[in-house]
Design a protein around this ligand. Structure first.
Ligand code: PLP
Length: 393
């Protein structure tokens, strides 16, 4: 006799994508200690936090050391000042949000995983390829999952046309990780109309919104009709380099009602029960990142990364290697040369050029034969990787 465990975990792929990569890189570096490996794999930022954020954090730390300004538990759903900063950020796109519609968290990954708590046994629609957390968190809950194939033919932007009309939880990530594809307003309107018609819920991940160039929606709430069918999850990880600092937010509109229940109230209840708030210091940092001055500094960092993306794109152009992304996204999504499979190309790049990327197959079966390179490296590392590709590929 033993206690029962969640058997759904047996259905997860054996290893999380990035642990697999780390293992392979570790084995290679141990066997080749003299070789300098350049890591353009994991989507982690490398530039330090911007000065306005650092200043705000120092001030908040001092407040915590002073009896008069010390703070204990934060409000579970966020301090008003942080919520107001998010609301102001959205006002730039003419999106109006209420104070009780924004929930401050410790990042988008937790919210992506935790949001499944408030839903029952629905069918899930997940783009393929995409950020793996949507899939794994739903596998953990034993959900029925269908895929939306994203491929070169549809510009890596699957549309509702041809999808059977019934209720789903639909995940949309725009700009997309890993492909860098971005939905325009008309395309998102089609998804919103589909969701309202079928009483589905869209979970919109806008983690890369700050990278958007041109006239694309930064938020699903720019789309008419979205307040009755969408939840948005976002993060300061890529916007402000908060991957190690940790702050995100989820927006659940008041009008979103499923089976007679307001999801906003459910998410509030879920957070108040299982989450004890993001640290005061971090919320002050987030407020600073979204302030006019702080955000400008963050955009300078993003511009730096995008110059890296341009260097990578240029060498791929020279080599005649097909790619997309790298314009409204920090990721370049390329077709593996010479018909190589994703992991084959991974091994080739690691062994021959000592460059680490991410195999497209790790983001879904449609990613097979593709590969992701990130522009989040330093300029020097990116330049060196580009030179190696120029000479060796
Ligand atoms: N959503 C997408 C699409 C991502 O690519 C990532 C991180 O890579 C996240 C969410 C996770 O963000 P956070 O660092 O806030 O947990």
């Amino acid at each position: 006799m033993s206690i029962l465990v969640n058997d759904n975990y047996q259905n997860l792929a054996q290893n999380y994508l990035f642990s697999n990569i780390a293992k392979k890189v570790k084995a290679y570096t141990e066997a080749n200690p003299d070789k300098k490996v350049i890591r353009l794999g994991i989507g982690d930022v490398t530039l330090p936090l911007v000065p306005t954020v650092i200043e705000a954090m120092h001030k908040a730390v001092d407040e915590m050391g002073n009896q008069a300004t010390f703070r204990g538990y934060a409000p579970e759903c966020g301090y008003d000042f942080a919520i107001e900063a998010v609301i102001k950020h959205y006002a730039a796109w003419n999106v109006e949000l209420g104070m009780n519609e924004v929930f401050i968290s410790d990042g988008a990954k937790s919210d992506c995983g935790n949001i499944t708590d408030i839903f029952g046994d629905n069918e899930i629609l997940i783009p393929d390829p995409v950020y793996p957390v949507y899939l794994d968190s739903n596998i953990m809950n034993g959900r029925r999952i269908s895929y939306l194939a994203a491929n070169q033919e549809n510009g890596f932007l699957p549309m509702p046309e041809g999808v059977e009309k019934k209720s789903y939880i639909i995940y949309i990530c725009s700009p997309n990780n890993p492909t860098g594809a971005v939905y325009n307003k008309e395309q998102l309107k089609e998804w919103v109309d589909f969701a309202n018609e079928t009483q589905s819920v869209i979970i919109f991940d806008s983690a890369y919104e700050a990278f958007i160039k041109g006239d694309y929606p930064h938020s699903i709430f720019e789309i008419e009709g979205s307040r009755t069918c969408a939840i948005e999850i976002c993060s300061l990880s890529k916007t402000a380099g908060f991957t190690g600092t940790r702050m995100g937010y989820t927006i659940v509109p008041e009008q979103l009602v499923c089976s007679g229940t307001q999801l906003n109230k459910m998410w509030n209840r879920r957070q108040c029960t299982k989450f004890n708030g993001t640290s005061y210091i971090i919320q002050r940092a987030g407020e600073a990142a979204l302030s006019e001055k702080g955000f400008k500094e963050c955009l300078d960092n993003i511009a730096y990364y995008m110059e890296n993306a341009k260097l990578i794109a240029d060498v791929l152009d020279e080599k005649g290697i097909w790619y997309t992304g790298g314009i409204s996204s920090p990721y370049i999504w390329l077709k593996c040369p010479n018909g190589m499979k994703s992991w084959e190309f991974f091994d080739y790049l690691l062994n021959e050029l000592q460059i680490v990327g991410t195999p497209g197959a790790g983001f879904g079966s449609q990613g097979e034969g593709y590969f992701r390179l990130t522009s989040f490296g330093s300029r020097e590392a990116t330049q060196e990787a580009v030179e190696r590709i120029r000479k060796g590929l």
